[in-house]
Design a protein around this ligand. Sequence first.
Ligand code: SAH
Length: 420
Amino acid sequence: MNVYDGWRIAAMLKHHGLTETASIPDADIIILNTCAVREKATNKVYSALGRIRQAKKPSALFGIVGCVARESGADAFKRIPELNFVLGPQSYHKLPQILSDPDTKLFNIDLGGLEKFDSLPQMEKSPLVSYIPIQEGCNHCCTYCIVPYTRGREISRDFNRVMADTIHAAKTGAVEICFLGQNVNGYKYTDENGKTYRLSDLIRETAKIPEIMRIRFTSSYPTEMTDDLIDMFRTEQKLLPFLNMPIQSGSPNVLKRMNRPYDLEQYLTIVNKLRAARPDIQISSDFIVGFPGESDSDFEQTMQIANTIKYINSYSFKYSPRPHTAAALMPDQVPENIKSERLLKLDSNLNEIQRAFNLSCVDKTLTCLYEGIDKTSKHLIYRTPYMQQCIVEFIENAPTMANIKITSANKACLRGEFVD
Ligand code: SAH
């Protein structure tokens, strides 16, 4: 979502006649787009701001946008008095005001809902993989999560506007569409005639666009995985056989305290339905280890569920207490060294599962999407339908989509060769 916001900010500034520079000392305006989901990310923002302050030319405007701006509020100006602007994730479209009035301090951390989408200029050229946000905010209120505070309550965008953005992306270069939302599969929009649209409607319509070859969406909440959406994996071949559906923990007790009120049986039923709809589907998850009160046996249940589902491409994090969240105030916070030990164990388990999956792809032919050229080795990089990186010998005029036979694999990536 931050990558998408970054694109829109860049496109907006271009629209105002600015061009991109390669280095901070050359820049007339420097914008740090920020993430507040874990404390480490927030700390990085302030050390980066310190570096920018020293490297920039004195006349350059600089500021922060995004979730750390919203979380810090006007305190950001106290910590770094030279800041020219502090704009939250739903007010960065106000940035051009600083160009016309550079002597003011621009501050806005309001939750403006969907206003930003309608006030941003369209991008002239879209990336091969284009992100299309379909929703802002989240209503789930997981007790560890700062997102409902930084991005506000959940609002789904107008179906027709989302489709207009998707068609625009397709006409200007997109081959893959990734629908974005904090609770993306909870997308629900009712138009003025009372007709309700769901994520499955967006997928069905997008699959009809000839330029679009691949569709995916992230991030899903397990219990919002409704049958109409599961059915899309059966009927729409352009929908990739890969789904990020974070479970966070394998312990029912921890899940309850996280305010993620599903049980493992429910989760497994959804996984089984998905596999029945699309036998080659693979699932990835996010995990939090060391949530307050997590015991050794709670953690073992997380290790077990990872082995049962055989998640690929997953992310795992040490629990990080965040301001404005209920879990930060819970008793029995887990010591840092135990969190680190558990993270190491889980990561090594997840890596082994990933390696086994990658090896199982050897000798298979996968239809992959071009991503770029490795700068040092000059090899071509492609993405498989399961988001694995696949490395191929350089050829001129590399095809955008290619059938690639996988010849070898390790934990990190695949190697392959083009098949006619
Ligand atoms: N709704 C989005 C949330 C984005 S945050 C989603 O479901 O992906 C991405 C991941 O960060 C979450 O899934 C969770 O695993 C992790 N996360 C969120 N808050 C956290 C915290 N306080 N400490 C550690 N990890 C956290």
